[in-house]
Every structure is written in C-alpha cells, then in structure tokens.
Design a protein around this ligand. Structure first.
Ligand code: ZN
Ligand code: ZN
Length: 352
C-alpha cells in the first residue's frame, strides 16, 4: 500500500509499505477514504518538535476492511470515523470522557514503525472503543469533508468551548483563526454564545468563514493592541470564556490577558515554550482547562449534528490533494496558502 512517510524537516514522501494486518484480536484494519493534514503535523514538518521518521497522519475516515475476533461493534464494510487517538472505551479515564488519557490508548501517526492515517490502510487498535460507525449512504463530498473534520479539528474546537465552560449568552473570545480557531467559533455558536470575538490574522478568507460561523467581531492586530481592542469591546471587563487555539507563548499570554476575572481559558493549542503567569492569573481568579481533545467523547453528538445539516465543519478545508501529492498539502499549509488540506485516498463506494 501507499503511505505518507516523514523523512525529516520539510520532507514528506509517499512510499510503498506493507499493508497492515490484524495483530491483536481487538484490532480493525480500515481502508482510508479521506485523510488530512493537521496544524500539529507542521510542528514536526518544520523541525520544531521531534518525530521519528515513519508513518504519519492522525485524521482519517474510511471503510472497515477486516476485524479481529474480539471486535463486535464494527464489521467489514462499515463506514467509520476515527478520533485522532485510539482508546479501549472501558477504563476509568475513558468512562470519565477523557479517552485521550486511556490507560491502554495512544495516538495515530507517531512516526517510526507505527501506523499513520495518511495512508491507504491503517490498523486501529481497540476498534470497539475507537471507531464510530456512520449510518446511511450516498454522502456528498461536503458531508464527507465535514465527517473528516470530526476526527480532530472540530472536536478540538468543541473541546476548547467545553473546557472554557462556554454558556448560552456568553461573550466568547477565540484566540487564533486557523482551522481549530474557526472550529472553536462554530462550537461556541453551537453552545449558544451571544458574542464571539476572534483574535486572528489579517487573512480575509478566514474572517469570512469566521463570520459565517458566528463571529461577531474580528481583531486582526496582535499583542497589547489586541488586548486593548478586546477590552474596548467588552467595557474593560474581558471575555466570559476564552478559547486558546494556537499554543504559542504570545497567544497564551493574550488569552489570559483578555479573560474576565473568574473565567476559564480553554486551551487546545499544543503549548510550545509557554510559561504561565501564576501570579497574574491568581489575582484575577482566572482558571485554565484543556488539553488533547477527547474527540471520541464528542463524536456521536457532532456526527448527529453534521448528518442533520446543523453544522458544516468541513468548510475549513480549502485545498484538496491526492495521497500522491500530499507533500503539496503540507507545503501549502506551511506557507499559509491553505488553512487545511484534505487528502483524497480512495472512493467510499469502492467496496460496496
Ligand atoms: Zn490533528
Ligand atoms: Zn480507556
């Protein structure tokens, strides 16, 4: 089979690899229909974080190809979505809704010899706890893209809103207008935010999607000027809830500076070289929650919302490439020519 292989900074190559096989009786093999490139893939692509050379990609949807003897909730031929982490669904962390901390779980696409989702086939451990079957047939390309968005980006934006305890009527600030920040806007609207203020870039296309998804105000300056702009919009109080969707030192600093006393910063941007201001947040009673989104916990509700036509998170994809051309997807995102790249791997109906 073909698989995208990380070979060092700036190098993604599609190579032939052995097709994965059921190893443990709880495994499933999934034929990938769509995959995509994640903003977090850029950290290793840019050489900022280390990753063993090998299979990558943790966002994919596809059709079950085969299952181990102990798998009971999915069968060959089922169309499924996967979260970016696999989990058994039975340990106490899973039962508490934090499947990304599953005692027997892990993350897809960690390089080395492990499986990645940017490939024609992927081995899914703990298939019963991990995979979510999608009911129905005859999906449009738009719906498929939205289902793909549930594997990480939309679930992550939703987790930011849940972590920040967004409530109906809130004024919500979203730091970042990348794919996750935009998804955070959509999530805040789903939860009933009254006002959604985006602190982002100067990219007009991102502003347009943010406004379509419910953003009421957009601040496109940075640092102290952004903090001042938000304070001006909120009568000097700050936001009722803040979604930190970037993870840089500057964005985290801004997030805490614009949080109203007593509010919570919901953070889903993977922190890189971030130092938290323990004293400043202490005196303003500002809390912090968040981390890797337990996408699996949110997928049933988000799947229902996509299939009902209530949300269209697949709109974050503004570039489509074939698996053979996935290097262009990485490059376009790295150069900010694309918000998020969708990777076509195979046809959904192939096995029907
Ligand atoms: Zn991701
Ligand atoms: Zn578990």
């Amino acid at each position: 089979m073909k698989a995208a292989i990380f070979k060092g900074k700036g190098r993604i190559v599609v190579e032939e690899r052995p097709k994965p096989e059921v190893d443990a009786p709880t495994d499933a093999i999934v034929r990938v229909v769509l995959a995509c490139v994640c903003g977090s893939d850029l950290w290793f692509y840019r050489g900022i974080s280390d990753l063993a050379h090998g299979g990558v990609g943790h966002e994919f949807i596809g059709v079950v190809d085969s299952v181990g003897a102990d798998v009971s909730t999915v069968k060959a031929g089922d169309f499924v979505i996967a979260p970016f982490a696999y989990s058994d669904g039975t340990c106490e962390n899973c039962e508490n809704g934090f499947q990304t901390a599953c005692l027997h779980g892990g993350f897809f696409g960690q390089g080395g010899d492990g499986d990645g989702g940017q490939a024609e086939f992927v081995r899914v451990p703990h298939a019963d706890g991990t995979l979510v079957p999608v009911p129905g047939t005859g999906f449009s390309d738009e719906t498929l893209a939205s289902l793909l968005a549930l594997t990480d980006v939309m679930a992550t934006g939703f987790h930011a809103a849940v972590s920040a305890e967004v409530e109906a009527g809130d004024t919500v600030a979203v730091v970042g207008d990348g794919a996750v920040g935009l998804s955070g806007v959509l999530a805040a609207r789903m939860v009933g935010a009254k006002r959604i203020i985006v602190l982002g870039s100067t990219h007009e296309d991102r502003h347009a999607l943010a406004r379509e998804w419910g953003a009421t105000d957009i601040i496109d300056v940075r640092g102290g000027a952004a903090v001042q702009a938000l304070m001006d919009l909120t009568g000097g109080y700050g936001a009722d809830a803040v979604l930190e969707c970037v993870g840089t030192a500057a964005s985290v600093k801004t997030a805490f500076a614009i949080a109203r006393p007593g509010s919570i910063v919901g953070r889903v941007g993977v922190p890189h070289d971030v130092a938290l201001d323990a004293e400043g947040t202490f005196y303003r009673n500002v809390g912090m929650r968040g981390g890797p989104a337990p996408a699996r916990a949110y997928q049933p509700e988000l799947l229902r919302a996509v299939l009902a036509g209530e949300i269209n998170p697949g709109r974050v994809f503004d570039l489509t490439v074939d698996l053979d051309d996935i290097a262009e997807g990485y490059a376009a995102m790295d150069e900010r020519r694309s918000i998020k790249a969708l990777v076509k791997v195979s046809d959904l109906e192939e096995s029907a």
